[in-house]
Design a protein around this ligand. Structure first.
Ligand SMILES: [Zn+2]
Ligand SMILES: [Zn+2]
Length: 141
């Protein structure tokens, strides 16, 4: 049985083969549009997101997806308010988090892992004590 899904973009039913849940047509359109944006920016460096969107008739939302995926970057406009850090809401130029937050997000993951490592032996201790206790009681019987 093929994995049939609705495309997230156009809602068309398609055979899902992995990756983003979008159909082959939309995937292709994605690549074509991305190439257009890339070429446009090559010819018109530092164009604003809105200029690109208007000139190429590609939605601002779609261009934002390219930015979030880290395939495009906004240059030379701090505080552009186009793309925001998903954690603190600060303006960023590419990706999903600002520099500070991406550092903290990495630290968070690290400290959670550290905490898990620290708590691991404790859990084992409790578990082994309990096992000993059980044995002791059994002996008394
Ligand atoms: Zn589609
Ligand atoms: Zn942030």
């Amino acid at each position: 049985m093929p994995d049939v899904r609705n495309c997230k973009r156009c809602n068309k039913i398609f055979n899902y083969i992995g990756g983003a849940p979008i159909c082959q047509d939309c995937k292709q359109l994605d690549e074509v549009n991305f190439k257009k944006v890339k070429e446009y920016l090559y010819d018109h460096p530092r164009s604003s997101l809105f200029d690109v969107s208007k000139e190429l008739e590609i939605s601002v939302q779609q261009i934002k997806v390219y930015l979030k995926e880290g395939r495009l970057e906004i240059v030379g406009s701090e505080g552009n308010m186009i793309l925001e850090c998903e954690r603190c809401g600060k303006s960023i130029t590419t990706g999903r988090f600002c520099n500070e937050c991406s550092k903290e997000v990495t630290n968070d993951i690290k400290s959670t892992a550290d905490q898990m490592n620290k708590s691991m032996p404790k859990t084992e201790e409790v578990a082994s004590k309990r096992t000993n206790g059980m044995r002791y009681l059994n002996k008394n019987d």
